[in-house]
Design a protein around this ligand. Structure first.
Ligand code: ADP
Ligand code: MG
Length: 698
């Protein structure tokens, strides 16, 4: 077999392919356009399209597609073939610059939140030359942004690209103030750690809840779950090993640096981490990774579950969004430096992030709000629903000393002056390993841990980039006019620390005492559920942030608001009908059948000899009959709750009704059904149990 370096990236039209195949002038023109974010010259587009087609056709491609990321968290594509009839009756393979640059998929069946009236079904896709085209099977996939005919974004990618511009613009202003003349672009990078579950396809196929909703809606706690912590970093089972090997190979071919993989805490749970890259590319690659994870699982007779909480009572899955800002000259701006100058710059970017997270905590929380993630956040294994920042004790102490102009420790005699003194050395704090902080500084990057495993990372990074751009904008405004730069910088950092230190918390984020302190004393917001979050998209302050940096228009925000509420409501309503259906058509008949057989058994015994003991049969028949009646009642109550939702008008009221009326009825129905499961003979139970699901892959 070929070595990894031989096939790594072989399915991507990356820098290497471009350099090798594009005429020098075309290559440079393309690079310039990308760098300056300008419109592409049509002749350049034709040349790039021709080179892409030749490359793809040599590798067996017959079709191309504009690959885009609508507001569904999954990608979309519509394939067109390269084939064009030739006058002599044969065919030629064509792909023009125009086809590369713009496509017009029928947009009517993608969520638009009212942005696109249904009679105007057209939307268009526009090539994103900052990401690489790649091959999937026989199809050349062109990464694109997806917009309505009026130019409004209908996807997750467009706002992300705009936020990359915003942070670049403001960070460049700040860097100029520090005299960094050689830097010409600032970008953010992300390494998303992806958690997932693998279960056997046969057990999956017997659970309609998993098939329809991605999570189990019923299931009594198994005798063994994650209590022994024997799965975490444990030996990987051969079947999973084979899966991971093939997955890596597929990802490597697509130029995705899948690097680490290990078992997670819950049985059947695993994690995959790629090496970080530019946020835009990382977003595309994470979407592809999720798709390929599922495809490869199917080849191995398994199903990859990406839901945030597929199983109650065991850990859910998240996606740790490791985020940093760097210059095109290779400097990580979140990396503490050696010299006073580097340190001052590092501190300014550090407080910019702290301020951004404090000011826009509600937007950050909202960017990860989904029906699925609601089951995870605030559970006792995932970050709480309150956003706070972990800095580690040493860095926190340094910030305190700076704020108050006091020496950082007893050993230090001097007060640190920015731009004059270097920072005291501080060790990377390892206490973040407890993973209870939603937003942790891990040495040279921040790790945002609230993101759900099935979500696109586009939106969360859009918010993060823009919020930090806003801090930087304010700093640049203030410092650009300063007479004494170092003094102004010192004062600015002190002010920022004082104003935003409430968001710093190094303790146990799962602690109830912390949550009370966070909310009651520090005034941090605790948005527990998606309906609580979504209205913050339309709060004046947040609208101003996002519109003033050109990331969203007000109309686009209103559309996101509608789409988020709609997604929430639809998701829970599908779960509710699935539950009612499973209860009526699978669980109740099973419980009744077992009760009937027990009763028949008792009657049979009595027929032989009226004195034969049959307390077991009678007691259990009684209990099962009682449970069956209760299941019937709870199912009817759920059905009534679902009907009540139909009468709700506004989408936000609907979401709240669903949360307050439907979800509690679902929980009640589940509780009785799970109890029934524990007393129903296994052979009667209509679908695989938790034990059978969680330990299905051996
Ligand atoms: P941990 O300490 O959490 O186990 P690692 O240091 O291995 O994690 O990194 C976890 C993820 O963070 C990986 O995807 C890695 O590529 C990414 N990462 C590392 N450095 C950076 C950085 N400067 N910016 C963004 N992501 C980074
Ligand atoms: Mg991590």
């Amino acid at each position: 077999m070929a070595g990894i370096p031989d096939y790594f990236g072989s399915m991507v039209f990356d820098e290497r392919a471009m350099k090798a195949r594009l005429p020098g002038k075309v290559y440079h023109s393309l690079k310039q356009t990308v760098r300056r974010g300008e419109r592409l010259d049509p002749t350049v587009a034709d040349a790039v399209a021709a080179a892409m087609r030749d490359w793809a056709v040599e590798k067996g491609a017959t079709h191309f597609t504009h690959w885009f990321q609508p507001m569904t968290n999954v990608t979309a594509e519509k394939h067109d073939s390269f084939l064009t009839p030739a006058p002599d009756g044969g065919v030629i393979l064509e792909f023009s610059g125009k086809e590369l640059i713009q496509g017009e998929p029928d947009a009517s069946s993608f969520p638009s939140g009212g942005l696109r009236a249904t009679f105007e079904a057209r939307g268009y896709t526009a090539w994103d030359p900052t990401s690489y085209a790649f091959l999937k099977g026989k199809t050349l996939c062109i990464p694109t942004a997806f917009c309505a005919y009026g130019g409004e974004a209908l996807d997750q990618k467009t706002p992300l690209l705009r936020s990359m511009e915003a942070i670049d613009r403001q960070a460049m202003r700040v860097l100029r103030l520090f005299g960094n003349a050689e830097v010409s672009r600032v970008t953010t990078s992300v390494g998303p750690e992806q958690e997932y579950f693998l279960i056997d396809k046969d057990v999956y196929g017997k659970r309609r809840d998993l098939i329809y909703t991605g999570r189990t809606l019923f299931g009594a706690k198994p005798p063994k779950g994650q209590e022994l912590d024997d799965h975490y970093f444990g030996a990987i089972k051969p079947r999973v090993q084979a899966y991971m090997e093939e997955l890596n190979e597929e990802l490597w071919k697509l130029g995705i640096y899948a690097k680490t993989e290990h078992n997670e805490v819950a049985p059947a749970q695993h994690e995959l981490a790629p090496i970080y890259t530019t946020t835009n590319l990382a977003t595309d690659q994470n979407q592809l990774t999720m798709e390929i994870m599922q495809k490869v699982a199917a080849k191995h007779g398994m199903v990859c579950l990406l839901h945030e909480k597929p199983f109650a009572g065991v850990n859910g899955s998240g996606k740790h969004n490791n985020w940093s800002i760097a210059t095109d000259t290779g400097v990580n701006l979140l990396s503490p430096g050696e010299t006073p100058h580097e340190n001052a710059q590092f501190l300014l970017f550090l407080v910019a992030v702290i301020q951004a997270v404090d000011e826009y905590q509600e937007l950050l929380r909202t960017s990860v709000a989904t029906a699925g993630n609601d089951h995870r956040l605030g559970g006792n294994e995932a970050p709480p629903a309150v956003v706070s920042i972990f800095l580690g004790d040493e860095l926190t102490a340094i910030l305190e000393a700076l704020e108050t102009d006091t020496p950082y420790s007893a050993a230090e005699k001097t007060v640190v002056k920015l731009g004059v003194h270097a920072l005291p050395r501080f060790a990377r704090d390892m206490t973040d390993r407890n993973r209870t902080s939603p937003f942790a500084f891990t040495g040279n990057k921040f790790e945002f841990r609230m993101v759900g495993s099935s979500q696109s990372i586009a939106t969360v990074n859009t918010i993060l980039n823009t919020a930090v751009a806003e801090s930087l904008r304010q700093y640049a405004d203030e410092l650009e006019g300063a007479e004494d730069f170092n003094a102004a910088l010192h004062a600015l950092i002190q002010k920022a620390i004082a104003a935003h230190k409430r968001v710093i918390f190094n303790g146990n984020g799962y602690d109830d005492a912390w949550l009370r302190e966070a909310v009651d004393k520090r005034g941090l917001s605790e948005l527990r559920t998606t309906p609580d979050c979504v209205p913050s998209l339309l709060k004046r302050k947040n609208v101003e942030l996002l519109t003033s940096h050109g990331v969203f228009t007000e109309g686009e925000l209103r559309s996101r608001y509608e789409i988020m509420l709609e997604n929430y409501s639809k998701t829970v309503m599908i779960e509710a009908s699935t539950m009612a259906d499973m209860a009526r058509r699978e669980i109740l008949p099973a419980v009744a059948a077992f009760a009937a057989d027990l009763a028949a058994g008792a009657a049979g015994k009595k027929a032989i000899a009226p004195t034969l003991p049959c307390a077991y049969e009678i007691k259990l028949t009684e209990r099962l009959s009682g449970l069956a009646d209760c299941i019937e009642d709870k199912t009817a109550a759920l059905e009534r709750a679902m009907l009540a939702v139909r009468d709700t008008e506004e989408s936000v009221n609907e979401a709240f009704t669903i949360r307050d009326v439907v979800l509690p009825r679902m929980a009640e129905l589940r509780a009785v059904c799970d109890e029934a499961e524990t007393v129903t003979a296994r052979k009667y139970w209509p679908f695989p149990t938790y034990g059978e699901l969680l330990f299905s892959v051996r």
